[in-house]
Design a protein around this ligand. Structure first.
Ligand code: BJ8
Length: 399
C-alpha cells in the first residue's frame, strides 16, 4: 500500500544542507512506512528497535539555539545537552525528533530522567530504568526485566510481535556493525595516525545517519581500508611530532568546534575518545551464543557502558588503562559540560588515573556558548606546551 507523504517541519528551511539531506533521507523512509524511534543514550539496546523493524535515531542536541526555549520550563543551571534536547522538542526544530514515532529515555543522570517526564507531554516517552551501577550482580536481572519491558512496549506501541529470531538476527547485525566500527576507531592507534580526531568524529556522526545498515557497513569498511592503505603507502615509518590526545568526558557534539577543532588547530592530534563517541562504545559485543537468553546477553552488553552515571564506576578506569596504552596517548583533555555532576565529580578519579600513567591531564568545563572560547583556546594552547615538554623529557630519558 502506498504511504501518504509526510509534511516538512516549519524549521526545515533554516537547516544546514547536510542536515537537510539527512532529514530528507529519513523522510523518504517515513514516507515508505518505516517506523522511527528516538533515543538519547548508549544504554538503549538498539537491537530491539531494529528487531521491531524500526530505525533508531540519536536525538542528543548539539546546538545552542534551542536552549533559551528549553529554559522556559527547565532550570537554567542544567546541562546544555538536556536543555537543548528539550528546547528542540518543544519548538519542533529537530527534524529527527519531529519524525520519531516514539521516544526512549533512560534513568541515567537526574537532569535527563526528570526532563523525560516533561518530554512525555510532547511525545510519548518510554523510560528504561537502569540500576545504579554495573558491578552489583543483582543489577543484571533487573536490567534484563527492563529490556523485556522495552520489547513489550515496542510490540504494544507498533502493534507487532517481536520474535526471538528477530532479536538474534538484530544482535548478529549489530555485532557486525560494531566490529567494523572498532576497526575504524583502531586506525588512530597507528603512528602517525592516518585520520584526524575531528574527522573521525565527523565520519562516525555521519555513519549514524546512514539508515541502510548494509550500505553503512560497506561505507565503514571502505573508508577504513582507504585510510589503512594511505598509512601503508604514505605514513608508515615517518615521524609525527604532534601530541597524541585522548578526549575524555561528556558527549562533545556541542563543543566540537570550540574544543575538538581547537586542539587540532593548535597542533595536537586527537587519537581517541573515552566517551560515547569512540572505540569504547563498540568494543564489547553482544554474546551470540544460541543457548544464551538474548535478553540476558543484551543486559550484559549494555550495562557494560561505563558512563559516570554509574556509581561506583571502576569500569571506566579500566577502559582508560586500555585506551591510554592502545592509542599511545601523550595527553588527556577531559571535557565536561557545565552542570553535569556525575562527569564533573568523576574527573577527580580520571585525573588520578591519567597521572598514574605519567601523562599530563587537563579538565575543561564548558557549555554550548562561545563566551569562553578565548579562554578555552588559551588553556588548550598552554596544555599542549606542557604535553610537548613531557614528550621531550620522556624521549631524552628513555633514549
Ligand atoms: S552513556 S554519556 S549518552 S548518559 S545529559 S550525563 S552530559 S548531565 S549524556 Fe550520556 Fe548515556 Fe552516559 Fe553516554 Fe551529563 Fe548532561 Fe546528563 Fe549527559
Amino acid at each position: 500500500m502506498e504511504q501518504k507523504a509526510n509534511k516538512l517541519p516549519e524549521g526545515f528551511d533554516s537547516l544546514q544542507d547536510a542536515q537537510k539531506q539527512k532529514f530528507l533521507n529519513l523522510k523518504k523512509l517515513k514516507d515508505e512506512g518505516k517506523k522511527v524511534v528516538g533515543i538519547y543514550c548508549s544504554y538503549v539496546p538498539t537491537e530491539l528497535i531494529y528487531a521491531a523493524g524500526a530505525i533508531p535515531v540519536s536525538l542528543c542536541a548539539v546546538s545552542e539555539k534551542p536552549i533559551a526555549a528549553g529554559e522556559r520550563d527547565l532550570p537554567r543551571n542544567l546541562c546544555p545537552l538536556i536543555k537543548a534536547s528539550y528546547g528542540h522538542a518543544i519548538t519542533d526544530t529537530c527534524p529527527f525528533f519531529y519524525f520519531s514515532d516514539l521516544i526512549i529515555g533512560e534513568t541515567t543522570c537526574d537532569g535527563k530522567k526528570k526532563m523525560y517526564e516533561l518530554l512525555n507531554n510532547v511525545k510519548e516517552t518510554h523510560v528504561i530504568q537502569l540500576p545504579q551501577n554495573n558491578i552489583d550482580p543483582e543489577g543484571y536481572p533487573f536490567f534484563k526485566e527492563q529490556i523485556i519491558k522495552f520489547k513489550e512496549k515496542l510490540e504494544d506501541y507498533f502493534d507487532i510481535t517481536i520474535t526471538e529470531d528477530d532479536i538474534r538476527k538484530a544482535i548478529k547485525d549489530g555485532n557486525e556493525e560494531k566490529k567494523n566500527l572498532v576497526e575504524f576507531f583502531k586506525l588512530s592507534s597507528l603512528e602517525p595516525s592516518p585520520i584526524s580526531g575531528l574527522e573521525q568524529f565527523n565520519v562516525n556522526e555521519a555513519f549514524g545517519f546512514q539508515y541502510d545498515r548494509k550500505k553503512k557497513n560497506e561505507e565503514v569498511k571502505t573508508r577504513t581500508k582507504e585510510l589503512k592503505d594511505y598509512w601503508e603507502k604514505e605514513l608508515k615509518g615517518t615521524k609525527d611530532e604532534r601530541p597524541r590526545i585522548l578526549v575524555s568526558g561528556c558527549p562533545a557534539g556541542g563543543v566540537k568546534d570550540k574544543i575538538l577543532k581547537t586542539i587540532e588547530d593548535l597542533g595536537g592530534v586527537i587519537v581517541g575518545y573515552d566517551s560515547c563517541s569512540g572505540l569504547r562504545t563498540y568494543m564489547q559485543l553482544v554474546d551470540e551464543d544460541p543457548n544464551r537468553d538474548p535478553y540476558e546477553a543484551l543486559a550484559e552488553k549494555y550495562l557494560g557502558v561505563n558512563c559516570s552515571v554509574m556509581s561506583p564506576n571502576p569500569g571506566r578506569m579500566k577502559d582508560l588503562d586500555y585506551l591510554l596504552d592502545f592509542y599511545h596517548v601523550d595527553g588527556v583533555i577531559e571535557m565536561t559540560l557545565v552542570a553535569c555532576h556525575t562527569f564533573n565529580l568523576e574527573s577527580y578519579e580520571v585525573k588520578k588515573k591519567v597521572e598514574s600513567h605519567d601523562i599530563p591531564y587537563i579538565h575543561i568545563e564548558s557549555d554550548y556558548s562561545q563566551n569562553d572560547s578565548g579562554q578555552v583556546r588559551t588553556r588548550i594552547e598552554a596544555f599542549l606546551e606542557i604535553v610537548r615538554d613531557n614528550m621531550q623529557y620522556k624521549e631524552e630519558a628513555y633514549n
